[in-house]
Write a protein that binds this ligand. Structure first.
Ligand SMILES: NC(=O)c1ccc[n+]([C@@H]2O[C@H](COP(=O)([O-])OP(=O)(O)OC[C@H]3O[C@@H](n4cnc5c(N)ncnc54)[C@H](OP(=O)(O)O)[C@@H]3O)[C@@H](O)[C@H]2O)c1
Length: 291
């Protein structure tokens, strides 16, 4: 039997490419979408080694149903990997971002990731000792977080908060799941070709009349440049394959054209210096005294 994996959010972008690449490279892939029309379209496009699951990451009942479908396929085997990829990105200054959109970002990103993880954990190998253990190596959980999970940037606050929380979630799961041998790994991408950009470029226009107008305009410009220079999604798909096969994968992987400068900003430079460098990049106004 081919190693089986579950990937969430496969209608477009990173998830879609993961289905394309991994179903053609030795895996059976279950991919989640939110409508039966998309499910049919994808099953038509990938007739071999792919099956669609239909759920929203906030709908516990349909996630449970999906995990039963996967359990039936697996028989007594273990699920090799769960890739938590589904996500949204709500931009805007924290002071002005609509409350519901802020909450939605956290719910889809954080609560959704936990919902899906908990539903598939027994199939990955986390089940009571009294139960007959599944066959095969313990599964891996791979969370698609973001460089926004390690570096906080203005006008992107809700997304940064959610991605930092998913980094924590993953770290805690990894430490709790040592007893089962289930590993948890983060992929932290920078710009990758996907629909996420089309969904967000221009979305900061609604703050054009606010005190944050300059920062929003400059952030929008940076997003346009970043999307034009984005890496192909296959870079992530290949990394997923490498992580799933690896005996000792790293805990986290930054995927970015210039990952050392991301690491420098996120992990090495003093935070107050980063404050100023980001301020200078996003706003031409002088820094207020006392800050
Ligand atoms: N592209 C980048 O540059 C980049 C960089 C860093 C991190 N990431 C992360 O990579 C992941 C994939 O994003 P992408 O760039 O491939 O964007 P995308 O093309 O917009 O794909 C997002 C996927 O998530 C699904 N989704 C959204 N809300 C959902 C929900 N409530 N329940 C279930 N599925 C839901 C979408 O399904 P629908 O079609 O039904 O909405 C879609 O399939 C995200 O977690 C994102 O934060 C992306």
């Amino acid at each position: 039997m081919k190693p089986t994996i579950v990937v969430t959010g496969v209608s477009s972008g990173i998830g879609y490419d993961a289905v394309r690449y991994l179903s053609q490279n030795g895996y059976f892939v279950f991919g989640s979408v939110r409508s039966s029309a998309t499910a049919a379209e994808l099953e038509n496009k990938f007739p071999d080694n792919f099956r669609a699951l239909i759920f929203d990451v906030l709908d516990r009942a349909s996630i449970d149903e999906a995990s039963e479908v996967v359990a039936e396929h697996l028989g007594s085997e273990r699920l090799r990997a769960l890739v938590n990829n589904a996500g949204i990105a709500e931009g805007g200054p924290l002071q002005l971002l609509d409350d519901d959109r802020f909450s939605r970002q956290l719910e889809v990103g954080v609560v959704g990731t936990r919902n899906v993880t908990n539903a598939f954990l027994p199939l990955l190998g986390a089940c009571p000792k009294a139960m007959e253990p599944r066959r095969g190596p313990p599964g891996k959980i791979i969370n698609i977080t973001s460089i926004s999970g390690i570096l906080n940037t203005p006008m992107n606050g809700a997304y940064c908060v959610a991605k930092h929380a998913v980094e924590s979630l993953g770290e805690v799961y990894r430490r709790e799941l040592l007893q089962y041998g289930i590993d948890v790994i983060s992929i932290q991408p920078g710009p990758i070709e996907s629909l996420l950009w089309d969904k967000n470029i221009g979305s900061l226009n609604e703050y054009a009349e606010s005190e944050y107008a300059d920062m929003c305009r400059n952030t929008d410009e940076i997003m346009r440049e970043a999307s034009a220079d984005a890496l192909p999604a296959e870079v992530v798909s290949r990394l997923l394959d490498r992580i799933i096969r690896a005996r000792w994968p790293r805990r986290a992987y930054i995927v970015h054209r210039n990952r050392w400068s991301v690491a420098l900003f996120a992990k090495v430079l003093p935070a107050r210096l980063v404050d100023r460098l980001l301020w200078r990049r996003l706003s031409r106004a002088p820094i207020k005294k006392g800050s």
